[in-house]
Write a protein that binds this ligand. Structure first.
Ligand SMILES: [Zn+2]
Length: 351
C-alpha cells in the first residue's frame, strides 16, 4: 500500500538524507510476493489463495492480530538461502532509502521451533549483510531477539544454540507480545548476554506501561529502548532517558497500523524531540505496516508538520545511537551535513 504525498523540498531532503535504521525485524520485511515465491520453492501450503488475499489480511487491530499473520508469513523460511534472499531484498531496499547503517533484528525462535537449524538462519542473514557491505557500501549488523511470549528458559536455550555463531551477531533484543511479558522476565538471560559483551536493546513502552521502560533500563540494562513512546506519561522517566541519552527507536507507521497512534497527526514524536529525547524513526515491519523507512519519515512529517530541523535531529540521532564505530559515525555525520547543504537546508543544521 502507498499513499500519495506532496513533493516538496522537505520531502526530497527526508528521502535523500543519510540515516541509520535501528529497528527493523527482518522477518517483517518479507513482502507477500517473496512469501509466495518461497512457498512455491519450498512447497509450503499457505492459508491464503494469492498475494492479494494475503495483503487483504493486513487489517490489524492490535499487536497480537499482526503477530498472528507475521508468524504465518515466516513459515515459508526453511533454508539458509531463504534467509539470505529475505535479507538481500531488505538491504537493497534500504540502500535506495539512503540507509547507511542497518542494525537488523531477527527472531531465531520463530524458525528453530519449526525445526530450522540456527546456523541456517544466522548464516543466511550474515552472508547477505557482508555481501551488501561489499556490493553497496551499506554497513549492517545483526541483533538476535528473544520472543518475550516464550519463557526465559527457552531464551537461554536459544542463546546457547547461537553461541557457536557468536561472532555473527552484535547484540540481543526482546520482541513480540509486550503486555503481560515485562522485561524483568528475562533478567538472567540478559545478564548472561551482558557478560558475553553483547549489545543490549529491548522493546518497551509500545503498548506496555512506562514501568516496562524502567525495568528494561534498570533490570536488563539496555542501551536503547525500542519504541518507548509511552515514556511521555512519566516525567521522571523522560528526565532519565534524556540525561542518559538513551535512544528510542520509534516506528510511526507501525504505531499507526497497530492503533498506538491511530492518526499519525497525533503521534508524539515531535514531543519526544522537544523533551530532549534521542528519538529516531524506523520501519519496524515494513512489509506489513505500509512502508520502509523513507515512507515513515515522509508520512510522519506530512502529518505532523515537522520541519528540516527535526529532520536533521532525527537523522543525527539515528547515526549517533547506532552501534557502529566512532570513525564511521563521524564520516556519516559529514555526509549528513553535506546533504543538508546540497538541499539548501544548512540553516537546519544544529550542533
Ligand atoms: Zn519491533
Amino acid at each position: 500500500m502507498s499513499t500519495v504525498l506532496p513533493k516538496s523540498p522537505l520531502m526530497a531532503l527526508l528521502r535523500d538524507m543519510p540515516k541509520a535504521e535501528l529497528h527493523i525485524h527482518i522477518e517483517g520485511s518479507l513482502e507477500p510476493e517473496l512469501i509466495f515465491a518461497l512457498a512455491e520453492r519450498n512447497q509450503v501450503e499457505l492459508p491464503y489463495a494469492d498475494v492479494a488475499a494475503l495483503r487483504r489480511a493486513y487489517a490489524f487491530t492490535d499487536l497480537q492480530s499482526f503477530l498472528d499473520i507475521y508468524y504465518a508469513g515466516a513459515s515459508v523460511l526453511l533454508h539458509e538461502q531463504d534467509f539470505y534472499d529475505m535479507a538481500r531484498a531488505y538491504l537493497a531496499r534500504a540502500v535506495r532509502d539512503h540507509v547507511v547503517r542497518a542494525e537488523i533484528f531477527f527472531d531465531p525462535q520463530t524458525h528453530t521451533a519449526r525445526g530450522v537449524p540456527m546456523a541456517s538462519v544466522i548464516n543466511g542473514l550474515y552472508r547477505a549483510c557482508r555481501e551488501a557491505e561489499r556490493d553497496w557500501g551499506i554497513s549492517c549488523d545483526l541483533i538476535l531477539c528473544f520472543l518475550r511470549h516464550l519463557s526465559e528458559e527457552e531464551a537461554l536455550v536459544t542463546l546457547a544454540q547461537a553461541m557457536p555463531l557468536r561472532d555473527r551477531f552484535i547484540g540481543v533484543g526482546l520482541d513480540s507480545s509486550e503486555l503481560g511479558h515485562p522485561p524483568e522476565k528475562f533478567a538472567r538471560v540478559f545478564a548472561r548476554c551482558r557478560a558475553l559483551g553483547l549489545r543490549l536493546v529491548a522493546h518497551a513502552g509500545e503498548e506496555g506501561p512506562p514501568a516496562y521502560i524502567w525495568s528494561a533500563l534498570d533490570v536488563l540494562q539496555v542501551e536503547r529502548v525500542d519504541h518507548g513512546v509511552q515514556a511521555l506519561q512519566d516525567a521522571a522517566l523522560v528526565q532519565r532517558l534524556a540525561r542518559e541519552r538513551i535512544a528510542l527507536t520509534v516506528c510511526p507507521l507501525s504505531n499507526q497500523m497497530l492503533q498506538v497512534f491511530p492518526d499519525l497527526a497525533d503521534h508524539n514524536l515531535p514531543q519526544l524531540l522537544e523533551a530532549g529525547l534521542v528519538a529516531t524513526v524506523n520501519s519496524d515491519d515494513p512489509a506489513y505496516f505500509g512502508g520502509y523507512i523513507n515512507e515513515n519519515f515522509v508520512q510522519l512529517f506530512a502529518a505532523t508538520g515537522m520541519g528540516a530541523r527535526q529532520a536533521y535531529q532525527l537523522a543525527r540521532n539515528s547515526l549517533q545511537a547506532s552501534f557502529a564505530g566512532a570513525a564511521s559515525k563521524a564520516a556519516w555525520m559529514e555526509q549528513l551535513d553535506a546533504c543538508f547543504v546540497r538541499h539548501g537546508m544548512e540553516a537546519a543544521i544544529t550542533p
